[in-house]
Design a protein around this ligand. Structure first.
Ligand code: GSH
Length: 302
């Protein structure tokens, strides 16, 4: 249960009922839930992020095209150590350092920090290209007009509505997203090298020969093994954004692409997606920590 000593997690407020919908806060929420660390959420309206960060003394980690600071969430404040952090990757590293294995499951496996950072940048780049498809962000009606004018000003357009993708252009963007996700799907199927044929029914003989027997392919829901790591939270965070912000019929299509891989990834993370029902997770998270301890014992014996 969250107490007064619990981590305070600042997330971007949606319309009621309050829920997480933006990708970077999702990364941190998934990470906190995966580790099973008690926390409470403070919901911040998007136009108030800059003043929050200034009040907490957390410098901006991004810059707008005109060079001015771009204040973002998530931020966490951990009263037990006094740490206040405002960058998702920094937060993941901090959580692993401060809440270590074996008491807590590990987010970033040993010797994969650089790899995970590069993966994070790659995934952010991949999904950002298609973010115009996420045009149903659940802004609170109280601030929706302000948010839209902030975005319009940022993109140098007169109306937020000009950002909307429609008709054929939208279909083409969906097709490009499917293809980009097809590339990413290769990372989930540790077979067939990097050829396109990993996720297509036909292929070169050598690619076909690398496939395991039907039913024994690695098809997620996690990138590696039987449990999620931070890399899974990164992909999961963007998919959860699509689930929350795309027209439902389009999200339903994304779920089915690459043999239903993306639906499976989101469903596989379901137990760590909860906003406030942490108790449900505790048994599962404890089991994961035990597993990490077992791995560590094995490593030490080698
Ligand atoms: N590099 C930062 C990026 C965080 C970020 O871009 N957050 C977005 C939400 S996904 C945000 O707060 N945007 C506020 C805005 O657009 O004004 C991190 O990893 O924490």
């Amino acid at each position: 249960m969250a107490s007064t000593d619990s981590i305070v997690f600042y997330d971007i407020a949606s319309a009621p009922p309050l829920r997480t919908f933006s990708p970077n806060p999702w990364k941190t929420r998934l990470a906190l839930n995966l580790k099973g660390i008690p926390y409470r959420t403070e919901w911040i309206d998007m136009p108030d992020i800059a003043s929050l960060r200034e009040r907490l003394g957390v410098p901006a980690t991004r810059t707008l095209p005109d060079g001015s600071p771009y204040h973002t969430l998530p931020v966490i404040n951990d009263p037990s150590t006094g740490a206040i952090l405002g960058d998702t990757f920094e937060i993941a590293l901090y959580l692993d350092r401060t809440y270590p294995c074996p008491t807590y499951p590990v987010l970033i496996l040993p010797n994969t920090t650089g790899l995970t950072a590069a993966f994070n940048a790659h995934i952010d780049g991949l999904f950002t290209k298609y973010v115009a498809l996420c045009d149903q962000m659940p802004w609170d009606p109280r601030i929706a007009d302000t948010v839209k004018s902030i975005f319009a000003q940022r993109f140098g357009i007169t109306s937020y509505e000009d950002l909307q993708l429609k008709g054929e252009a939208r279909e083409q963007t969906l097709a490009a997203l499917e293809s980009a996700l097809g590339e990413l799907a290769k990372a989930y199927r540790h077979t067939g090298g990097t050829t396109d044929y990993v996720w297509r029914p036909t292929g070169t003989e050598s690619a076909l020969a690398q496939r395991p027997p039907p039913g024994r392919e690695q098809t997620g829901p996690y990138l590696d093994g039987e449990r999620p790591a931070y890399a899974d939270c990164i992909v999961g965070a963007w998919l959860k954004m699509m689930e929350a912000c795309m027209p439902p019929e389009e999200w339903a299509r994304v779920r089915t692409w690459q043999g239903g891989l993306w639906g499976g990834v989101v469903d596989g993370l379901e137990s760590i997606c909860s906003v406030d029902k942490r108790r449900r997770l505790e048994t599962k998270v404890r089991a994961m920590a035990d597993e990490d301890e077992a791995h560590q014992d094995t490593d030490e014996q080698l």
